[in-house]
Design a protein around this ligand. Structure first.
Ligand code: ZN
Length: 260
């Protein structure tokens, strides 16, 4: 059990040589309160779908407090900047728990912001790559965990960082899955998909990736028809707003590519 092994609540007089699981001290970061977090224990806890949600939530809240401390976030980004990326994304796929998903997305954004302020954009790119891999695989079907993953992706893309577009490895599958989701999923997921499509179109205009132009062009009829259908059927204001955002982008996009 790694519930409290990840987080030492008793402030040590000096930094521990190992954690309670015997992991090396170079993976243990101390906090301003005198406690410590073993990154390996924390990763094991977050990546295990059988971890009790109360332990996961507690660990995330402790990490949230710790990364607000300049020394802790400095050490994390200097020595272990990519260590928590995969475990944090696993949390979104492992637990059907909205508060935990919100905690995780908040943490991901704060880590990305801190990394960017250190001129390290690779962290956000890797988060976007891993989240888009989940969405491209379609393995979460149209569950609420897929909703959390979509929301995280939309928020990551919202930074308008053009390099993010290049970090998406399988754009074909991603866009095909998003289009499938517009036909099959709930209204809430459709709203998230519309927002993601909107951000993808905007990033595409910046990046002008020829490969993705082909992907979008291949999906042209559905990309035009489905958002209109969602717009007409939906009773959600959020979905309407996302539709109104994406429809002009789709129209402009196809006018542009079919003009050549
Ligand atoms: Zn440990």
């Amino acid at each position: 059990m790694h519930s409290t092994a990840a987080l030492s609540l008793q402030p040590p007089l000096k930094p521990p040589v190992t954690c309670s699981q015997g992991h090396s001290s170079n993976l243990i970061l101390t906090t301003a309160e005198g406690g410590s977090i073993c990154l390996l224990c924390l990763s094991v806890l977050l990546a295990n779908p059988k971890s009790p949600t109360v332990h996961v939530s507690y660990a995330l809240s402790q990490l949230s407090q710790a990364i607000s401390q300049s020394q802790f976030i400095h050490s994390l980004l200097t020595f272990h900047s990519h260590f928590l990326i995969s475990p944090l994304v696993f949390v979104l796929s492992n637990f059907d728990d909205e508060p935990i998903a919100n905690q995780t997305i908040d943490l991901i954004l704060r880590i990305c912001d801190a990394a960017k302020s250190n001129s390290n954009e690779d962290v956000q790119m890797e988060f976007a790559a891993r989240v888009s891999n989940w969405l491209s695989s379609g393995s979460l079907a149209w569950s609420r965990r897929q909703l959390y993953m979509l929301h995280c992706f939309g928020v990551l893309l919202d930074s308008q960082e053009s390099k993010l577009y290049a970090s998406i490895k399988d754009k074909d599958s991603l866009i095909c899955n998003l289009i499938t989701g517009l036909q099959l999923s709930s209204e809430v997921i459709q709203g998230e998909i519309m927002f993601v499509l909107y951000r993808l179109f905007l990033l595409h205009f910046i990046d002008m990736d020829d490969n993705c132009t082909d992907v979008f062009a291949a999906c042209c009829p559905k990309l035009v028809r489905l958002p209109l259908e969602v717009l007409m059927k939906s009773e959600s204001e959020d979905v309407w707003l996302n539709c109104v955002g994406v429809l002009p982008c789709i129209e402009f996009f196809f006018q542009f590519i079919f003009a050549f």
